[in-house]
Design a protein around this ligand. Structure first.
Ligand code: TRP
Length: 454
């Protein structure tokens, strides 16, 4: 279909391509690495329940809001606000997004690098015959090293920059379409192995049985941050992707499909991890390394585990890659459209500066482990600030922009593709973005920083 687009911007070729690319952005280490570690540290079941609630009452509406802003403006995350609200300060949201993108990529690329190390370890069969304590020790010795983790991080950033350079249609879309469904299948297979391990039921109980005594405002904020992080909302990544979506795409159904896919994968990742945690006498609050310690244990106990582990870590790396490209794309689209530099130069400058900062995050597990601010390492701090502060704040401002500035008519126009599709839940959506989401986010913020006591 010829898309008459005078600005000559790239766009997604097909409807499935839109879903695949957005799901590719959403599904990543956030689901498989971050969700289990945060759930584990936050006490399990009750956290999961709150997280699920936030996905649907805050996450989906914010995702949809970002699509609307992006497709309407056809601009990068900063330019979009400049265009839709000329002369108004809303563009600050875009600037915040650029900062979040930087922060997220710095620590995300550390973990993404670990996935590459684990591909190599799988191929060289190095989990074989090790006890769970030995697997843990070998992870810790790798993680606290200097050369290898940095090398993998740099390689990962080069891969990310390579795909971003190739552009949207030929780069991002092509890779995600095939590989994401495959990852899903593999996770299901591993879930089956995990829940049939002796002692697995304790893990399922941990994940699904809510113990509300574990809930504090800090945990609620973690759940909100995790929901935002996992859906890739709150920093304009989906504004940027939205700007590449064609006018005949049904935005609401895209947002719902992507959110459900993302959430299912997180939950299945939990079903894969926690039964194994208990079966192998590990602790659920192991922290950042949880998945990398638990997974090799499962492969050890699986028929064909050698092959499964290779394929799994390759797919995990790809899932991470389809996420990192969406984050880097925010920075690159901004550089290209606002600072008027070439795509090549923008990608190079963005990736290089992120990598340099990222090396410090990687070293947070090794020689910089004692360098702490607010009791957190640089890695921990970047993770916390971006997911728990910047993303929820971004999400808050985005729904306020849509609900209180842009106005009902323009939203309706964009959401219904100029009246060609019928909107079934329009008033629910409006109510969520005008009242429920902003009030919920504001309350959580004020409570968790202790400004008000509820
Ligand atoms: N959602 C991705 C994940 O779960 C990470 C990610 C990609 C992201 N783009 C983002 C997070 C934008 C926040 C904002 O791994």
């Amino acid at each position: 279909m010829a898309d008459v687009d005078f600005s000559n911007r790239d766009s997604f070729a097909s409807k499935f391509g839109v879903i695949a690319a957005t799901a590719g952005s959403a599904v990543g280490l956030g689901n498989i690495w971050r969700f289990p570690y945060v759930a584990g540290e936050s006490g399990g079941g009750a956290f999961v329940l709150i997280y699920l609630a936030f996905i649907f009452i805050i996450g989906v509406p914010v995702m949809l809001s970002e699509f609307i802003i992006g497709r309407k403006a056809k601009q990068n995350a900063y330019g979009a606000f400049k265009k839709l609200a000329p002369g108004k300060p809303w563009f600050v949201i875009g600037l915040m997004g650029i900062v979040s993108a930087f922060l997220i990529l710095t620590f995300y690329s550390t973990i993404a690098g670990w996935t590459l190390e684990y591909i190599v370890q799988s191929v060289s069969n190095s989990f074989s015959g090790k006890s769970s304590q030995e697997l843990k020790a070998s992870f810790e010795s790798f993680q606290s090293g200097t050369f290898r983790p940095i090398m993998w991080q740099v390689i990962f950033m080069i891969l990310t920059a390579g795909i971003v350079l190739a552009g949207i249609k030929d780069g991002i879309e092509k890779y995600t379409k095939v590989l994401m469904p495959l990852l899903f299948v593999l996770i299901i297979v591993m879930c089956i192995r995990a829940v049939t391990l002796p002692g697995a039921s304790k893990g399922l109980e941990f994940l699904f049985k809510p113990d509300f005594s574990k809930i504090t405002w800090g945990v609620v904020l973690e759940a909100l941050g995790q929901a935002a992080f996992s859906l890739s909302i709150g920093m304009g990544a989906l504004i940027t992707y939205g700007s590449y979506i064609q006018k005949d795409n049904n935005l609401s159904s895209t947002a719902i499909k992507v959110s459900i896919t993302d959430t299912l994968i997180a939950i299945f990742a939990g079903i894969m991890i926690f039964p194994a945690v208990f079966a192998f006498n590990l602790e659920p609050d192991e922290g950042f390394g949880l998945v990398f310690i638990v997974l090799p244990n499962i492969f050890e106990q699986m028929a064909g585990g050698y092959y499964f582990s290779i394929v799994f870590f390759i797919l995990l790396a790809v899932a991470a890659l389809t996420s990192t490209i969406s984050v880097l794309e925010v920075v690159v689209a901004y550089f290209v459209e606002e600072l008027k530099i070439s795509r090549k130069k923008a990608t190079f400058i963005g990736a290089l500066s992120i990598t340099i900062l990222g090396i410090f995050c990687t070293l947070s597990f090794g020689i910089l482990n004692d360098v702490k601010l607010f009791g957190k390492t640089m890695f921990g701090l970047f993770d916390y600030i971006s997911a728990n502060i910047l993303l929820p704040l971004g999400a808050l401002l985005i729904v306020l922009f849509l609900g209180w500035y842009l106005g009902k008519e323009k939203i309706k126009e964009e959401l219904s593709n100029s009246g060609t599709i019928k909107l079934r839940f329009f008033s629910v959506f409006l109510f969520l973005i005008k009242y429920i989401a902003p009030i919920a986010i504001a309350l959580i913020f004020l409570n968790s920083i202790g400004l008000i006591q509820f």
